[in-house]
Each structure stands twice: as structure tokens, then as C-alpha cells.
Design a binder for this molecule. Structure first.
Ligand code: PA5
Ligand code: NI
Length: 187
């Protein structure tokens, strides 16, 4: 293949040319604490929670995958709109998230059981080391847009997070972004 450009719009988060994946509430309902509130939102039109737009890169060792993620502002119950979250199938692979717009949080858990929450804001470049799962939330009132770079053969393991969730939830309490223990967390 030959070198090539894609163009990223920092405001809208579009990456062109790119392949767009859309996640609605019905696609991510099991990730939220208040599944009842998620069901109600699905009945009310099943709004979009986030989009990912991937550059066309072979999923092979040596290549770098890259994409933008756009998370819409919103909450389910008092929990901010979030991504599914995943470990990489190849656990030994890292990732960088570079925030272009909005206000977010990045929650990560390591295979050793450590949990960290980082702030995302325009200009923040968050390093996700090997062996750490990752999920993002939009805690602001506008779009959260960030650019991701990862080894193209890293792969996604969604099942672990879908089953166990994270030890912490990021919720709004009295209008403030608050990190609380996840009462549903098993183990
Ligand atoms: O590669 C990544 O970690 C990101 O591009 C995510 O895939 C993206 O932010 C969407 O999250 P998820 O894949 O957990 O649905
Ligand atoms: Ni990843």
C-alpha cells in the first residue's frame, strides 16, 4: 500500500475517508447501571450514544489502526453516555486517546485489578498501557471527540467488560461529575 492522508474535523469528529460504526442505546444497554432507564430510552426512539469512524488500515502486525470516536451528550439515569469498553484481544498492546473536543472521563482497569480514571479535555493525550481495559464517557454538554491510535492487530474483547463492568461508575450528583463504587460489580 501507499502512504495516504485522512482528514479529521475537530468539531464534528468526522474522519474522511473512513468507515463509520454507530452505537445506539439498544447496542449498549447492558453496560449501564440503570437498565430500566435504558429500556425507557429505547422505547422513546433509541437515540445514538456514540459513533466510531475508522481509517482503512489492514488489521495486521506492523500497522497502526486509527479512528475517531464521537460520544453524544446524555445520561441514562444519572450515568453519562459511555462506550462499551474492552480489553484488547492481544492484551500486550497499548493505545493513545487524543481528545479534540469536549469533556470526558477515561476509566481503565488492569488485569491486576487496578482501576484509574483520567480526565479528557481538548489537548489531553491519554496513554492506555498494555493489559488495561478502557471505556470513555462524555461528562459535558457538547460532543466528546477523540482520536485513537492502536496496533492494528490488537483486536477487541468486549465480553469481559460486558459481564463484570468496572469497579467504579461515573455519574452526575448535584450537577457534578462524581465517581462512585459500582454496586453491581461482581468479585
Ligand atoms: O480502539 C479503541 O479503544 C477505541 O477506538 C474504541 O474502540 C472506541 O472509542 C469505541 O469504544 P468501544 O470499542 O469500547 O465500543
Ligand atoms: Ni482499544
Amino acid at each position: 500500500m501507499k502512504p495516504y492522508n485522512v482528514v479529521i474535523n475537530f468539531e464534528s469528529g468526522t474522519l474522511d475517508p473512513g468507515k463509520r460504526i454507530i452505537r445506539k442505546v439498544s447496542d449498549v444497554k447492558n453496560m449501564f447501571y440503570d437498565t430500566q432507564a435504558a429500556e425507557e430510552l429505547i422505547q422513546k426512539g433509541d437515540p445514538m450514544v456514540y459513533e466510531v469512524i475508522y481509517a482503512d488500515v489492514p488489521e495486521e502486525q506492523g500497522h497502526l489502526g486509527h479512528c475517531t470516536t464521537i460520544i453524544y451528550p446524555g445520561k441514562i439515569g444519572n450515568e453519562y453516555f459511555l462506550t462499551k469498553g474492552h480489553y484488547h484481544e492481544k492484551l500486550s498492546t497499548a493505545e493513545i486517546y487524543f481528545c479534540l473536543r469536549g469533556q470526558g472521563r477515561l476509566i481503565m482497569e488492569s488485569t491486576d485489578g487496578d482501576c484509574e480514571v483520567l480526565e479528557m479535555f481538548p489537548g489531553s493525550a491519554s496513554y492506555i498501557p498494555p493489559n488495561w481495559s478502557h471505556r470513555t464517557m462524555n461528562v459535558g454538554k457538547e460532543l466528546l471527540v477523540f482520536y485513537c491510535i492502536f496496533p492494528a492487530d490488537a483486536g477487541h474483547d468486549y465480553a469481559t467488560i460486558e459481564e463484570q463492568g468496572y469497579p467504579k461508575l461515573v455519574v452526575e450528583i448535584d450537577g457534578k461529575v462524581t465517581v462512585i463504587d459500582n454496586p453491581k460489580r461482581k468479585n
